[in-house]
Design a protein around this ligand. Structure first.
Ligand SMILES: Nc1ncnc2c1ncn2[C@@H]1O[C@H](COP(=O)(O)OP(=O)(O)O)[C@@H](O)[C@H]1O
Ligand SMILES: [Mg+2]
Length: 146
């Protein structure tokens, strides 16, 4: 199932992300793709807002990997967020325990997931962001069968 949205501001992208997050389930693994500055991290911020996470987007381990604690319907949930931009090899990814981290959170989100197609079958949804202007972005969401 493919859905397409147009966003005209960072706030609209976060709003779209919050609505997307409302449809996620335990065990989901989301791939975020799009060029540098497309809004992947902005979209992730919207997801963390939906789950009431403390803002940790500038912690020391960011940008490679970050863990967020949040809540959904009063239950505590853990989110794992990767940004593979600086990861050079599959070996490097395996060494940090990438696959284990993906499967051990309520939700995992991976920026630059498309760099490692070896893991493509793990993703339950794909969000592609594309620059269409200074502040405008196309957001294409695909939910995969799981
Ligand atoms: N409609 C929009 N959606 C998302 N970000 C936008 C939008 N318009 C402008 N921006 C800006 O673009 C940048 C996106 O950065 P970021 O989310 O870090 O991108 P990425 O993680 O894809 O490299 C931010 O500075 C944000 O303020
Ligand atoms: Mg980013």
């Amino acid at each position: 199932m493919t859905e397409e949205f147009l966003s005209s501001s960072p706030e609209e992208t976060r709003q779209q992300a919050r609505e997307f997050a409302a449809g996620l389930h335990s065990g989901d693994i989301v791939a975020l793709s799009g060029q540098l500055g497309a809004g992947k991290t902005e979209f992730m911020r919207g997801i963390t807002e939906f789950f009431n996470c403390d803002d940790q987007l500038s912690s020391p381990t960011f940008p490679l990997f970050n863990i967020y604690e949040g809540t959904i319907e009063g239950e505590e949930v853990t989110l794992h967020h990767f940004d593979l931009y600086r990861i050079q090899s599959l070996h490097e990814l395996e060494a940090i325990g990438f696959e284990e981290y993906l499967s051990s959170a309520f939700l995992s989100v991976v920026e630059w997931a498309e760099k490692f197609p070896e893991y493509a079958s793990l993703y339950t949804a794909t969000v592609e962001l594309e620059h269409t202007g200074e502040e405008s972005r196309r957001i294409v969401i695909n939910r995969n069968a799981r």
